[in-house]
Design a protein around this ligand. Sequence first.
Ligand code: GLU
Length: 377
Amino acid sequence: MSIESLSQLTDPACAPRVVFKVGSALLVGQDGEPRREWLAALVAEIAAARARGQQVIVVSSGAIALGARKLGLARGGRGSLSDAQAAAAVGQIALAGFWAELLAGHGLIAAQVLLTLEDLEDRRRYLNVTATLGTLLAAGAVPVINENDTVATEEIRFGDNDRLAARVGQAASANAVVLLSDIDGLYDRDPRLEGAVRVPVVREVTSEIHAMATAGSSSGLGSGGMTSKLQAAEIAGLAGIALAIIDGRPVAPLAAALAEERGTLFCPPGKARARKAWLGGRLRMKGAVAVDVGAAAALARGSSLLAAGVTRVEGTFSRGDAIAVLGPDNAVLARGLSEYDAAECAALMGRPSPEHEALLGYAPRSALIHRDQLVML
Ligand code: GLU
């Protein structure tokens, strides 16, 4: 059953599996201390969701903010990567402890899962995460997930838990991702401006929608901002998952916001097949190929990408790597897994298929990117 309204997010028939993402600014006060009472009230709402028959995954930020306070680090532990890594190592213990203790108060078992970007970008590791989350949920536990900030370096970091939550939603085949924010949704302009209006429902994240988002978080504790929330909505949408942004600030924020339809709901366009959803949600590409008008049109009709339509090859990639497909205007049209490495792509580009065997010296593949390994954006 597709999700068309925020209130459906509490309905186990529409949303049997939900990811709740809780930002640092909600969990940790400006003084660096955890907001225990607020968290206790949220956990009571999570327990109520469980009692209704919904499975719940929590993506919780706050490790860096909590750890920075304990270690006495400046700028909330975000002054440098090494500060953030050290702060997360200290804060994560406390963070997991709060969740475990409060969930146990409702008879629920917390399961800590720390993930890096690579755990979800690599197909094999992604499937492993999927299996583990499935086992935990089937056993009745509440996975409490954060990025493994202590080992993630700048290049391989999500950096924000919004996109992590969307990726986790994909990996867990969730029906919805709810981002608890310090604002009650997406506004049509900077929400501080007079006349700014909240957008209740978004059916497609267009360039106009992106233009509404202002980067940066107002609290200074988290790292997400509206831009990463829109990216999260796109990732979720590719997997057919609804995503909601609601105001997490009130005590017990879920019931009121969802019942009163106060937030922004991103309705997914349709359900993508699992492998394509994973591919579409990937954040890093190893390279790119540009294509001509004819190939772009063929891709739009659902065809595979043939080397004859390729005009340029960028980057160093191997067979099986994820690459971007750029249109004649250089906009990203699609992503897919390349059947050839970059040098082979360069040798074959612009050349018709019957010539490929002679160019390669071995039997060619049917396409440069097969349509089953390709997702249009
Ligand atoms: N993983 C970070 C933490 O636990 C938070 C990232 C974010 O602000 O979204 O502190």
